[in-house]
Ligand binder design. Sequence first.
Ligand SMILES: Nc1ncnc2c1ncn2[C@@H]1O[C@H](COP(=O)(O)OP(=O)(O)OP(=O)(O)O)[C@@H](O)[C@H]1O
Ligand SMILES: [Mg+2]
Length: 302
Amino acid sequence: MIEAKSIGKFFSVINEKGLAEGLTAVLNVSLTIPDGKIVSLLGPSGCGKSTFLEILAGLQAPTDGTIHIDGKLVLEPLPATRKEQIAYRRRYRFISPLANGVFRDHPKHDIAMIFQDYAVFPWMTAIQNVEFALKLRNAGPAGKRLRRNEIQEKAAFYLNKVDLGVFAHKYPSQLSGGMRQRLALARALSVEPKIILMDEPFAAVDALTREKLQDELLRLWDETKNSSNPITIVMVTHDVPEAVYVSDEVVVFSPSPGTIRNRIPVDVKRPRARTEAELIEIQERIFAMFQYDLNQESEYSI
Ligand SMILES: Nc1ncnc2c1ncn2[C@@H]1O[C@H](COP(=O)(O)OP(=O)(O)OP(=O)(O)O)[C@@H](O)[C@H]1O
Ligand SMILES: [Mg+2]
């Protein structure tokens, strides 16, 4: 379970006159996401969605509030290698009993993040990209570490899962945009995380590919749903129909500073049809909300 409590993020920025000024990117966001759910964060550009996602991943520290994942405080990304793990323990040894508790266990590689633009390494082939992720994560206790052939097998297994088996030895530049996104997905899934955080994962592909990728994501998520390790997905998107189609809940952010404007549950059973009346109705409600915000904004600016 992911629990965000009163998250705030304040940036100091230098304005065009060379003076420091403050900018609140995220304001008082509290959100609880149960295991195995898909939640979309939707909102206008610049409202703090990416910032909030990075705070969830521990890539940025919030200026206010706390994130707990499965009851553990997120202070920064968990270490990925054994060396980092040792350094980590040392660093937090004296800081607080709480932090000690967090890092006493072996690192749990619970989170995988898919960034929009830099999702894969261009100088590695598809399979090398996946293997690299697995090697990085190969920091568990000695007995559980994967051997080289196990890494290769696992990488191939996840490439096949996203139908990229035949492209294993191609470089990302030789793949289409949709394939690159699928590769990013394979890489995220290969480490068998509990949580996948996605920042506009399908923004760069055409509408048809996008729909295919959404279905693929849902299929892969569904496979884990009844297992002991159901994947939780938090996805940032600009696309209202996408958010409604894939999600159990859509969290609508207000324009800057980002606060939660509405939380809209999508209680429509799966598999869903894109044209289902219930889904369309929810989409229209969200569009109406955005329209209302736009009208308000233009009234203020007159
Ligand atoms: N490192 C930073 N320093 C200063 N300001 C920042 C920094 N990162 C983000 N911001 C500001 O915080 C606000 C939120 O940015 P963020 O990237 O989270 O928005 P977003 O909702 O993801 O937007 P988009 O939909 O366009 O990706 C923006 O006004 C941005 O300029
Ligand atoms: Mg963003």
